[in-house]
Design a protein around this ligand. Structure first.
Ligand SMILES: C[S@@+](CC[C@H](N)C(=O)[O-])C[C@H]1O[C@@H](n2cnc3c(N)ncnc32)[C@H](O)[C@@H]1O
Length: 132
């Protein structure tokens, strides 16, 4: 069987200004990273990646788009997904999700076989590691 080719380093956000900032930082540090504006609500990611970082975006999405985003990152991740879980309250619904809630989301809507809490970010937000 032919191995699926993975994409090189790449970053997305829906905010054009942040993407411009990221491009400039990559230029200054001479990093080969392809950044592009992308709204996870409206688009599907066609590439595949060995490692995916989905950091602190979940609380910006309503219920339907949370599930859509989870299915998206599930599909594109070949090896490992690192997920930073916002616990300070949803921007759209003001729902407060616990680490257990996040684990349930991943068990319910993704095909990762091993999902574990591996630590906390600088903002004390849970970091989940999802593996195949
Ligand atoms: C708290 S910031 C986190 C930024 C970055 N991921 C990090 O960890 O530093 C949340 C980001 O989610 C982005 N965002 C919100 N809704 C989005 C969507 N539908 N598609 C793509 N990005 C989105 C916002 O533009 C914002 O930059």
């Amino acid at each position: 069987m032919q191995e699926e080719k993975c994409q090189e380093d790449s970053g997305i956000d829906k905010d054009k200004n942040l993407i411009e900032c990221a491009i400039e930082i990559a230029r200054i540090f001479d990093l080969e990273i392809e950044y592009r504006t992308f709204d996870i609500k409206d688009e599907e990611i066609s590439e595949r990646f060995d490692y995916v970082f989905f950091l602190n975006v979940f609380h910006h999405l309503d219920e339907k788009n949370k599930i859509r985003a989870l299915r998206n990152v599930d599909r594109i991740t070949m090896k490992r997904l690192f997920f930073e879980a916002p616990i300070g309250g949803d921007i759209v619904s003001e729902t407060y999700l616990t680490t257990e809630d996040y684990l349930s989301y991943f068990r319910g809507f993704t095909t990762f076989t091993n999902i574990s809490l591996v630590g906390y970010s600088d903002f004390n937000r849970p970091i989940l590691l999802c593996e195949r």
